[in-house]
Every structure is written in C-alpha cells, then in structure tokens.
Ligand binder design. Structure first.
Ligand SMILES: [Zn+2]
Length: 171
C-alpha cells in the first residue's frame, strides 16, 4: 500500500540503489524500505536491473585522445587560416571535453579565465559584451607529449588566449 512516505521515497529509490544519496536521505530511505514491502520490491527490482546493466555494459573506458591533437595540427598546417564566426565559437571545443572528468576540470578552470576575457571592457562607450568576434586557432603544438596547447587569437580585440591541457602524468 502506498503512503505519503512512499511518495517522498519513490523518487529517491533509484539514487538510493546506486548509493548516490546523501547520508541523511539514505538513512530515511533505508528506514522506509525496511517498513514498506512495496518500496522494498522496487529496490529489489532496481538492484537486479543495475546488476544486469553493469554486467552487460561493463565499465566505460576513457576516450582515446591520441589522434585528436595531431589531427588538429594537420588541419592547421593544411588549411588556410580563416576566422570562424559561430553563435558560440567555443562550443565545438567544449563538447568533446564534456563528460571527460579530467579534461573537464582543467577546462572549467580555463573557462573561468576565458570568461574574464569575455567581459573585458570594450572601447569607450561600448557595453562589455560576450566575446563573439572572429577567432583564429594558431597553434596546438607542445613539446610535452602528454600535454596539449591551443592558442587562439581574435584580431578584433587583440587578445590571445592559450589553453593548456595537462595530462595526468605531467601534473
Ligand atoms: Zn513505500
């Protein structure tokens, strides 16, 4: 039989099964599940589902980044530099990083740095706006085989931004 307690607990059962709840919430759910056969059944079903999925899928591997930067370098060398103007020029660079915890941490710090550039005051009387001018990727070379560097510049604002991706071994 469902109760008000079930209503509160149902939405948390999935996180509970994954061990993703904060300690106080986990204790509350444990107490409820011990008393409530309906929720206990659900937890049992979720556990079986989780075990099934983890056996079938296996742990996710880190993406292979070895071919990424050499390919970027080749394109810079082979294609004439042209400013890329897009709605959000950084989005294609962010997407491959998103979901990659190690890079995401580094990039989040750099994004904060970029943001400070983005709100750099413009010319006199100009309201500081998000930086959306043409951007030229100049270089991604680095002597460090484990690290990657990307150098951007924007001719309009005369600003150069350098991204440094450090690998685990160099930190
Ligand atoms: Zn219940």
């Amino acid at each position: 039989m469902s109760s008000l307690g079930c209503l509160w607990n149902r939405s948390r059962l999935e996180a509970y099964t994954d061990g993703a709840l904060e300690a106080p919430a986990a204790r509350a759910v444990t107490a409820h599940v011990e008393r409530c056969p309906a929720c206990r059944t659900r937890v049992g079903r979720l556990r079986r589902l989780r075990d099934f999925v983890s056996v079938e899928a296996g742990p996710a591997d880190d993406p292979d980044w070895t071919g990424f930067w050499p390919a970027v370098r080749r394109r810079i060398a082979s294609e004439p530099a042209r400013p890329a103007v897009k709605d959000a020029w950084w989005l294609p660079f962010w997407k491959p990083v998103w979901g990659h915890p190690r890079l995401a941490t580094v990039t989040a710090a750099l994004a904060a740095l970029l943001l400070s550039f983005s709100f750099w005051p413009g010319q006199e009387g100009e309201v500081p706006v998000a930086w959306a001018g043409p951007v030229v990727v100049q270089d991604v070379s680095t002597a460090d085989p484990g690290g990657s560097v990307m150098v951007y510049s924007t001719p309009e604002r005369d600003v150069t931004v350098i991204w440094v991706f450090a690998s685990e071994s160099t930190r």
